[in-house]
Ligand binder design. Structure first.
Ligand SMILES: Nc1nc2c(ncn2[C@@H]2O[C@H](COP(=O)(O)OP(=O)(O)OP(=O)(O)O)[C@@H](O)[C@H]2O)c(=O)[nH]1
Ligand SMILES: [Zn+2]
Length: 291
C-alpha cells in the first residue's frame, strides 16, 4: 500500500493512506539506504496489523525535493502568513523566509491576514513592496473569511508548507482551511503521549486526498544560513532584470559605482524596503564568521 508520511515522532511514522493513518516503523529503510524518512515522503508500506493500523515502511518513493528548514519532503510551495497589522508585519523576517525558500527553490505565496483591521492604503503599500519579488500576494481575513477562496484555490492539489510568526492568525487560518485539523493531530497525540514532551516536528494535515498542509515550526530560527554573501542577490528575483547592466561583473549591489540595481532603486523600480533588508542580510552574512 502507498501513503504519505504526515508525522514523525519518537521513531514512529504516521502514514496517511486511502484507508486511514498507519503507525509505522522504518528500520529496514535506514539500515539499507541510510536515508531518514521525512514528513512528506511518499512511501510503500507493509501492513502488520489491520485492526491496530500498524505497519512497516518498506520503501521511500522518489523525492521531488527535501527541505532542510523545515525538514520536509515533496513540498510544492510555501504559504507564508503574516498579519497586515497586530502584530505589525516584520518584513525583515518575511524577507528572510523568502530568501530561505528561494534558496531551496520553493516558490512562496505571501498571505497577509487580518485584512479586516487595516486601511486599504496599508494593503496597497504591502502589495507594492512585494509586487516584483516573484511571489503571489494575498490579503485575507480569518475573522470575516474574506479572501479564503483564493487561498483554497492556490492550495488545491499541492503540498504546501505553512509558516508564520506567532500571533498572526496562522492557527485560525489553518483551522478554517482544514476543519478537522484539531482532530487529525489530536488523534495521533492521543496514541502517543510522549509526543507532547518531544520537540515539535513538522507535521502534515490532509485537506483532501491530494491537498496537504505542512505546519512548519521554528520560524524564528532563520538567522544563520549556509550561503556566501555573494549568493544572496540571487534570491531577490526583482534584481534579476538589472543584474546584467552593472558596471562590474559580480557586483554585489551594495557599494559599487555604476550599479544598475541601485539605479533601478533610485527610480523606484525596486522596493526600498526590500533593498534595505537585502543590505542587512548581506552585512550579516559578511560578519557571520566573527560570531
Ligand atoms: N481581527 C482579526 N483578528 C484575527 C484574525 N485572525 C486571527 N485573529 C486573532 O489573532 C489572534 C492570534 O490568532 P491565532 O490563530 O491564535 O494566531 P497564531 O498565528 O496561530 O498564533 P500562535 O498560536 O501564537 O502561533 C487571536 O486573538 C485571533 O482571534 C483576523 O483575520 N482578523
Ligand atoms: Zn550592481
Amino acid at each position: 500500500m502507498q501513503g504519505k508520511i504526515i508525522r514523525g515522532i519518537a521513531g514512529f511514522y504516521y502514514v496517511q493512506t486511502e484507508s486511514g493513518v498507519y503507525e509505522c516503523r522504518a528500520k529496514g529503510i535506514f539500515r539499507r539506504d541510510g536515508i531518514k524518512p521525512l514528513v512528506g515522503d511518499n512511501v510503500e508500506l507493509n501492513v502488520l496489523d489491520e485492526t491496530e493500523h500498524t505497519g512497516n515502511i518498506e520503501k521511500l518513493l522518489p523525492r521531488r525535493n527535501a527541505l532542510i528548514r523545515p525538514a520536509v519532503a515533496n513540498i510544492d510551495q510555501a504559504l507564508v502568513i503574516f498579519a497586515a497589522a497586530k502584530p505589525k508585519p516584520n518584513l525583515n523576517l518575511l524577507d528572510r523566509f523568502l530568501v530561505a525558500m528561494e534558496k531551496q527553490s520553493v516558490k512562496s505565496v505571501i498571505c497577509f491576514n487580518k485584512q479586516d483591521i487595516v486601511e486599504k492604503e496599508a494593503c496597497e503599500r504591502l502589495r507594492e513592496i512585494y509586487e516584483n519579488c516573484g511571489c503571489r500576494v494575498l490579503f485575507v481575513s480569518a475573522l470575516t473569511q474574506e479572501g479564503l477562496s483564493g487561498v483554497r484555490a492556490i492550495l488545491k492539489g499541492k503540498t504546501t508548507a505553512v509558516a508564520g510568526p506567532s500571533g498572526v492568525g496562522k492557527s485560525s487560518l489553518v483551522n478554517l482551511l482544514v476543519p478537522h485539523a484539531q482532530m487529525q493531530t489530536g488523534a495521533i497525540s492521543e496514541k502517543i503521549d510522549r509526543g507532547k514532551h518531544t520537540t515539535r516536528h513538522s507535521e502534515i494535515l490532509a485537506v483532501d486526498n491530494d491537498t496537504f498542509l505542512c505546519d512548519t515550526p521554528g520560524f524564528s530560527s532563520l538567522s544563520v544560513w549556509d550561503m556566501e554573501k555573494e549568493e544572496l542577490k540571487e534570491y531577490f528575483p526583482e534584481f534579476a532584470p538589472w543584474q546584467g547592466d552593472c558596471r562590474f561583473l559580480g557586483c554585489t549591489h551594495t557599494h559599487e559605482p555604476g550599479c544598475a540595481v541601485k539605479a533601478a532603486l533610485a527610480e523606484g523600480k525596486i522596493s526600498r524596503q526590500r533593498y534595505e533588508n537585502y543590505l542587512e542580510m548581506y552585512d550579516e552574512l559578511k560578519n557571520k564568521r566573527k560570531y
